[in-house]
Design a protein around this ligand. Structure first.
Ligand SMILES: [Fe+2]
Ligand SMILES: [Fe+2]
Length: 423
């Protein structure tokens, strides 16, 4: 029953029921027997499986420590007693999850000699995306700690904590871990613990969906949540990018990175819809073709990750043909058709390092194609890597214009329409 808890309609789940489930599902992190796991870690896992597990579980350990620490401002700010009671159980859960991962790292993997040193030993395994998401969690919850009556900050904290950190990242991560430890029949202690952690998380997410659904009835809280997701999703997409973009970190356990992205995206968007938010209201999601299935959407996201456009900031984008196509089709979805029609002509992109592209608008329909076009109303001259960063929001086009990295040619009236063209 609790497996699908977070998928249920928030208005049919009461805070009292979530509390009761917590009592019924209590477990002991110190009671788990890791003796067989120690043996499996040495003899049943390949080198790559050990590296992959370490990379993944390190992020869980640091994540659990962070969520145990950052939930108390949410608890203090909760408007009702029923919410505070549940959040108190959640603080306990997160501390217990930290103890579980800490024990595994120390007793099975052999990293660190106490809680502090084990936590510190995880540092090298944290990805760029992970650090970005958790920096933001620290900032938002610290701001809430200082202003506990600020409802918009409370909504942002839940939007980040329960929807992104738990719903988008932890739950899908745990789903795949559970699947492979069971299928390969390895690490029985860890398997038992992760099943318990996962059941707890699904209760936490169910709470978050109900809680945020209530908060965003207020328009300011709704806008603040969307603004938070806009800020954090670019980092979230980088959390599961493995070292050197090496897909064998997933393949060694018989899953694909595209699968985990598709699972996370589906789960996140389902929760948004549960609380009455259309995923298209979030620019980054709107740039994806939502008519495609989640497997294809995840595959396209990975084309952009591999091209260095998403999921990292330490590589210059290098666009292949498909990455360029995905960027342009995303751009068309973000285009204001009324403004585009008002241009009275096509838009041309000139890339000094790649073939040109253009967009033609006819009868409310826009099409992007490679190649040049006669008599463009606007011409944008820009390096393809800079263009990629602008197209996904990594660079503000006004900033690129100021630095002369983006040059625009066309009539004054056409140029004036440009800022309103892409919403
Ligand atoms: Fe947790
Ligand atoms: Fe949690």
């Amino acid at each position: 029953m609790s497996e699908a808890l977070e998928e249920q309609k928030p208005d049919v789940i009461s805070y009292a029921r979530l509390y009761r489930l917590w009592e019924e599902n209590n477990w002991s992190a110190t009671g788990i027997d890791f003796s067989v796991d120690k043996e499996h870690w040495r003899s049943k896992l390949t080198d790559r499986q050990r590296e992959s597990a370490l990379w993944n579980y390190a992020m869980f350990l640091v994540g659990e420590e962070a969520v145990a620490r950052t939930l108390t401002p949410v608890l203090d700010a909760a408007p009702t007693h029923a919410q505070s009671i549940f959040l108190t159980t959640q603080v306990v859960d997160e501390a217990r999850h930290h103890v579980f991962f800490d024990r595994f790292m120390r007793e099975v993997v052999g990293l660190g000699s106490d809680t502090e040193s084990t936590l510190a030993a995880m540092g090298p395994h944290l990805t760029w995306g992970f650090k970005g998401v958790f920096d933001e969690l620290d900032k938002v919850t610290e701001a809430l700690r200082k202003k506990p009556k600020d409802r918009a900050l409370l909504a942002q904290s839940v939007a980040l904590y329960h929807f992104v950190v738990e719903g988008l990242l932890a739950v899908p991560g745990q789903h795949f871990i559970k699947r492979y430890v069971e299928a390969l029949d390895i690490l029985p202690g860890f398997s038992e613990g992760i099943r318990n952690v996962s059941r707890d998380e699904s209760r936490h997410v169910a709470f978050g969906v109900k809680f945020l659904g209530e908060l965003i009835k207020d328009q300011e809280c709704r806008s603040a949540s969307i603004e938070l997701w806009e800020r954090v999703l670019p980092f979230a997409i980088g959390v599961f990018v493995p070292p050197n973009m090496d897909h064998s970190y997933a393949h060694c356990f018989d899953f694909t990175l595209e699968e985990i992205y598709g699972f996370g995206l589906r789960s996140f968007e389902t929760k948004l819809r549960r609380i009455g938010i259309d995923p298209k209201e979030i620019v980054m999601l709107n740039r994806q073709d939502t008519s495609l299935d989640y497997t294809e959407r995840a595959r396209q996201a990975w084309v952009l990750i591999e091209a260095g456009v998403l999921g990292t900031d330490d590589r210059e984008p290098d666009l292949n043909e498909e990455a360029m196509e995905i960027l342009f089709s995303g751009l068309l979805r973000a285009m204001d058709m009324d403004v585009a029609r008002g241009l009275d002509g096509p838009i041309q992109w000139i890339f000094p390092d790649k073939d040109p592209w253009h967009v033609v608008v006819t009868d409310g329909h826009a099409e992007a194609k490679p190649g040049s076009i006669e008599d463009p109303a606007l011409t944008l001259e820009v390096e393809s890597s800079e263009w990629a960063k602008i197209a996904v929001g990594r660079v503000d086009p006004r900033w690129a214009l100021l630095r002369r990295k983006l040059k625009i040619h066309g009539s004054l009236s056409a140029k004036a329409r440009l800022p309103k063209l892409f919403v």
